[in-house]
Design a protein around this ligand. Structure first.
Ligand code: HDD
Length: 695
């Protein structure tokens, strides 16, 4: 159990457990002796109006649902804390970014964007990464995504974009998918989407886990120090476990096997004490360098390449507590970009400015009135004292007589004081009223090209396949052509490769590629050094080598992985030296729910697995998805049955650098474990010949 923080203590005042030592009552506190039979006129007669318990129960039930979020409806959240490790005292007045002795409580909600509340987790989509910092100076919300850019430059286009990506209006198809005509129609006509579409078609849209994805504040914000000096800032979250993705075929299967895959992963990791952790980084740009870049800092479709402005690590975010109640906390949490504390301010980014309006507005409809800030998850731990009164669901009893300012009846309180107050950054602005996009926002392609150039070969292949999949679902041919023509402005080879897959004429005119790269953008360059919390399947049947299973369990647990023994049935299998406990039955899982698989030795066990199609498929599918595969002694036979008999289709031997680790001698050796751990840490092996592997 973690030490309670200010937010936890505050929540404790409203936590109730009706299951604990209590009797059933109505909402009025009247004890109830029967909640299974309504009050009737005679045993077989009609229900009576006067049955207040019945009416109350049904009425409450009828009103249990609230509107889901118009975007980011599906999500999962957790509490935790933030600590600053490298104080930003020089740049900001925000105490939680200056004082290393503070542990600021947070609530973080991760989400997908397009799908409904009940949609699957592993769809191709952006992931939301929204953090509410309950600071002593008030709540600060950093409402970001797992991609550093956005689809549009001006928030007035947000309804257009969302209408295009959401299911189509006539039949509400497809759910949680961008692979349909309306989205791509919008994309081809709105070239500012190009950079973000490159991210969306990349593996970033398929995170292995919320715990293994980056987060970005996206916009350029401003830090303001105690002297009122402003510095531009971009916020970055870097996951401690590295940034890792699933592969497309796998995501589609997970969506059926376990639609809650990412949500469950977060929940289980926290329950098991494997606390998810991110480093907060900042890119700082002095005010006088505002125009020093070949893009506009106010344009949310642009990154500041890390090679131009390095990301400075400044703090640490840890999630350590699951919510007690999904609806009360994760569903009712209300983020708002406008929640800033002294020392953090906005810029004139037109997307950011629109968001300042939208978030507050949306909570009014979603949470039913202006008092949603009093909901337990939303309440600040800082004192809240003002003249806001009344409204639906007012749950405070304000006892003061004067609810206005200025007043003398309450001694002028609450008083406005300069010290510690939020003062807006004093920026000089002037201009004519004008509906126009700045010329400095006009380049929609250079950074899309930069992203493409920075990808490894396998990342490029995945991007091409994603475009082919998505456009292949678009019925209206001219839309496919429009997208391909637009991609030609990013890279000619990309446009040709996509065109070939979707049956449209490749663009004739090659365009120039500037040739620049930003290595930090590639997931291939992310650290691959840990197998902590990776789920590893050990396939077993009667006769399995008990020593192998024991050694594997011990060795893998020792490096923080989660080994699970899978067999045809739950319970135990009879190993060579007695019973081996089964973690899960094969029919209830599937290789897609694991990061790697090992087949231990044991002649009889392997023969049984060879005869079990689901075990053979398990190995073949893990291979197809690039996962580490290990086999010891007889276990190697199962790899042959799965047609991975040590030789790929080009007649070359599969080697450990392709993530297939085999040891013909029986018994688990230190060398085997070391090689297997390295193969798992590499996350996926994209240097395999996958074409002949059945889907
Ligand atoms: Fe937004 C929710 C992130 C642009 C309007 N947005 C929402 C959430 C995240 C983001 C993570 C879910 C918060 C939660 O978990 O409750 N949104 C972004 C990012 C954007 C962005 C990173 C671009 C940089 N959003 C954006 C624009 C608008 C909105 C331009 C409107 C003009 N967003 C909303 C909203 C939502 C929302 C309608 C839906 C539910 C909610 O706010 O609370 O107000």
């Amino acid at each position: 159990m973690t030490t309670p923080d200010d937010k936890d203590r505050q929540l404790d005042q409203v936590r109730v457990n009706p299951n604990h030592d209590s009797r059933l009552t109505t909402d009025q506190g009247i004890p109830v002796d029967d909640t299974d039979n309504s009050l009737k006129a005679g045993e077989r007669g009609p229900t009576l109006m006067e049955d207040f318990h019945f009416r109350e129960k049904i009425t409450h039930f009828d009103h249990e649902r609230i509107p889901e979020r118009v975007v980011h409806a599906r999500g999962a959240g957790a509490y935790g804390y933030f600590e600053v490790t490298d104080p930003l005292t020089e740049y900001t007045a925000a105490e939680f970014l200056r004082d290393t002795s503070l542990r600021t409580p947070v609530f973080v909600r991760f989400s997908t964007v397009a799908g409904s509340r009940g949609s699957a987790d592993t769809v191709r989509d952006v992931r939301g990464f929204a953090t509410k910092f309950y600071t002593r100076q008030g709540n600060f919300d950093l409402v970001g995504n797992n991609m550093p850019v956005f689809f549009i430059q001006d928030g007035i286009k947000f309804p257009d974009f969302v209408h295009a990506v959401k299911p189509e209006p006539n039949n509400e198809i497809p759910q949680a998918s961008s692979a349909h005509d309306t989205l791509w129609d919008f994309v081809q006509l709105q070239p500012e989407t190009t950079h973000m579409m490159m991210w969306l078609m990349s593996d970033r849209a398929l995170p292995r886990s919320f715990r293994m994805m980056q987060g970005f504040g996206v916009h350029t914000f401003r830090l303001v120090n105690e002297e009122g000096v402003g510095t531009f800032v971009k916020f970055h979250w870097k996951p401690k476990l590295g940034t890792h993705s699933l592969v497309w075929d796998e995501t589609q299967k997970i969506a059926g096997k376990d639609p809650d895959f990412n949500r469950r992963d977060l929940w289980e990791a926290i329950e098991a004490g494997n606390l998810p952790e991110w480093e907060l980084g900042v890119q700082l740009v002095p005010a006088d360098r505002e125009h020093a870049f070949d893009f506009d800092l106010l344009d949310a479709t642009k990154i500041i390449p890390e090679e131009e402005v390095p990301v400075r690590p400044v703090g640490r975010l840890v999630l350590d507590r699951n919510p007690d109640n999904f609806f009360a906390e994760t569903e009712q949490v209300a983020f708002h970009l406008g929640n800033v504390v002294p020392g953090i301010d906005f810029t004139n980014d037109p997307l950011l400015q629109a968001r300042l309006f939208s978030y507050l507005d949306t909570q009014l409809i979603r949470l039913g009135g202006p008092n949603f800030t009093q909901l337990p998850v939303n309440r600040a731990v800082a004192d809240v004292r003002n003249h806001q009164r009344d409204g639906y669901h007012q749950s405070m009893v304000h006892t003061s007589r004067a609810a206005y300012h200025p007043n003398s009846l309450s001694g002028g309180c609450p008083a406005v004081v300069a010290e510690g107050a939020f003062t807006h950054y004093q920026e000089r602005v002037d201009g004519n009223k004008i509906r126009k996009r700045s010329e400095s926002f006009a380049d929609h392609y250079s950074q899309a090209t930069l992203f493409w150039n920075s990808m490894s070969d396998w990342e490029k292949e995945h991007i091409v396949s994603a475009f082919r999949f998505e456009l292949g679902k678009v019925d209206h041919r001219p839309i496919r052509e429009g997208v391909v023509a637009n991609l030609n402005n990013v890279d000619h080879d990309l446009a040709v490769a996509v065109a070939e897959g979707v049956g449209v004429e490749p663009p004739a005119q090659p365009t120039t590629n500037h040739g620049r790269t930003s290595p930090a953008l590639s997931q291939a360059n992310a650290p691959h050094d840990s197998i902590e919390t990776r789920k590893i399947a050990i396939l077993a049947a009667d006769g399995v080598d008990t020593g192998d299973v024991r050694s594997l369990r011990e060795a893998l647990s020792a490096v923080g992985a989660i080994p699970e023994v899978l067999a045809a049935r739950d319970g135990t299998v009879e190993g060579s030296e007695g019973p081996v406990e089964v973690t899960r039955a094969l029919p209830t899982v599937g290789s897609v729910l694991y990061d790697a698989v090992i087949v231990p030795g044991g002649k009889e066990s392997v023969t049984a697995l060879e005869a079990d199609g689901s075990a053979v498929q398990f190995v073949a599918e893990a291979f197809k998805h690039g996962k580490a595969i290990g086999a010891i002694g007889d276990g190697i036979r199962l790899l042959s049955s799965a047609r991975l008999n040590g030789v790929n289709n080009h007649g070359e031997a599969l080697t450990a650098d392709q993530g297939v680790v085999m040891q013909s001698a029986s018994g688990v050796t230190g060398e085997f474990v070391e090689q297997f751990v390295m193969a798992v840490a590499a996350h996926r092996h994209h240097n395999r010949d996958l074409a002949p592997v059945p889907a």
